[in-house]
Write a protein that binds this ligand. Structure first.
Ligand code: R5P
Length: 289
C-alpha cells in the first residue's frame, strides 16, 4: 500500500503510513492566482493499493480531493481507498426545510465516483454512508480520546445532547467514569442554551465529549452549567476540531481545563491521533477482494 497525502492531512498521512508500514507519496499542491487548485502526484502508482487521505474542509480541500482522485486514477493503481478523516457537510444530513440539499449525501456521492472504498471517522450521522454503493467503514476516535484522559481521569463523562450519548457512554466505560447528558438548544449559530437539569457533578472532574467543536458555544455553555453545579474542573474533547475564528480563545477564557481534538483536522489542539483506527479500517478494505 502507498499513502497519498491530501494537502489538508499531511500529518495524519505520515502517521497512517507509519501504522501501516508503508511509504507516503510525494504530492505537489498550489493555488493558481485566480484561486483554483492545482495538484500533482509525483509517484508511480501502477498496480498499487492506494490510500488517499484528505479532510474535505474547508471547501478548497474538497476540490483538491476530487482532483487528486482523478490524478491518482490516471496513474493506474489497483484500487483507491479514500480516507475522509473529517467529512465536511456531514451535519446537513437531511433536508431540514423544503428546497435544501442533503449536503452530507451530495458530497459523499461525489467522492464515491472515483473510489473503491471510503473510510470516515466519527461521521456526524454514520447512516449518511448508506448513499454510497461501495465498501465503507466509519471508525471511532473515542478509544484514542479516552486514552488521552487516562492520566487525569474524569469522574463523569457528559454528552452535550442526547444524540451524542453513545460517544460519551463509550468514553465513560473506557475510563471507569459515570455518564450523563445535557439537553442543548441552539438559539443562534454560536449561542447555545442548556435546559435546566441536575447532574451529579459536584466536586468531580468532568469531561464533555462531542463529535465536533465549531464555535465552541456548546462547550462554553456546558462548562458554565457544570461549574455552577460544583464541578471542580471541566475538559472538552471532540474528534473534529473545526475551531471557527476565536473559538479556541473563547474556550480558554471559559476556563476549560483542557480542550482536546484529534488530527482529523490538524491544528494546535490535535493532541490525539486517529492513525491506528484508520489503519485498521484500511487493512480491512485491502483484505476484501
Ligand atoms: C452538532 O450537531 C455537533 O454535534 C456539535 O455539537 C456542534 O457542531 C458544536 O458546535 P459549536 O462548537 O459551534 O457549539
Amino acid at each position: 500500500m502507498l499513502v497519498v497525502p491530501g494537502p489538508r492531512s499531511p500529518l495524519l498521512s505520515e502517521r497512517l503510513a507509519r501504522a501501516l508500514g508503508c511509504n507516503v507519496a510525494k504530492v505537489e499542491h498550489k493555488l493558481f492566482p485566480d484561486g483554483e487548485v492545482y495538484v500533482r502526484v509525483h509517484d508511480d502508482l501502477r498496480g498499487q493499493e492506494v490510500a488517499l487521505v484528505q479532510t474535505t474542509w474547508p471547501n478548497d480541500s474538497l476540490v483538491a480531493l476530487l482532483l487528486l482522485q482523478d490524478a491518482v486514477r490516471r496513474l493506474g493503481p489497483k484500487r483507491v481507498h479514500v480516507v475522509l478523516p473529517y467529512a465536511a457537510y456531514a451535519r446537513q444530513d437531511r433536508a431540514f426545510h423544503d428546497g435544501e440539499p442533503i449536503s452530507a449525501e451530495a458530497t459523499l456521492k461525489l467522492v464515491a465516483e472515483q473510489a473503491d472504498s471510503i473510510t470516515t471517522v466519527d461521521l456526524h450521522r454514520p447512516a449518511s454512508l448508506g448513499v454510497v454503493k461501495l465498501p465503507t467503514r466509519n471508525v471511532s476516535a473515542v478509544p484514542a480520546i479516552a486514552d488521552h484522559f487516562r492520566a487525569l481521569p474524569p469522574g463523569v463523562v457528559l454528552a452535550p445532547d442526547k444524540n451524542a450519548l453513545d460517544r460519551a457512554e463509550q468514553a465513560a466505560k473506557l475510563l471507569g467514569a459515570d455518564v450523563d447528558f445535557l439537553i442543548k438548544k441552539r438559539v443562534a449559530p454560536d449561542v447555545v442554551e442548556m435546559q435546566p437539569r441536575t447532574l451529579d457533578v459536584a466536586s468531580k472532574r468532568v469531561l464533555i465529549v462531542d463529535d465536533i467543536i465549531s464555535t465552541g458555544g456548546t462547550m462554553v455553555t456546558a462548562s458554565q452549567v457544570l461549574k455552577r453545579q460544583g464541578a471542580t474542573a471541566v475538559s472538552a474533547a471532540c474528534t473534529h476540531g473545526l475551531f471557527a475564528p476565536g473559538a479556541l480563545d473563547r474556550l480558554h477564557t471559559a476556563g476549560l481545563e483542557q480542550t482536546v481534538a484529534t488530527d482529523t483536522i490538524e491544528g494546535p489542539a490535535s493532541a490525539v491521533t486517529v492513525a491506528s483506527v484508520a489503519a485498521e479500517a484500511l487493512r480491512h478494505h485491502v483484505a476484501v477482494r
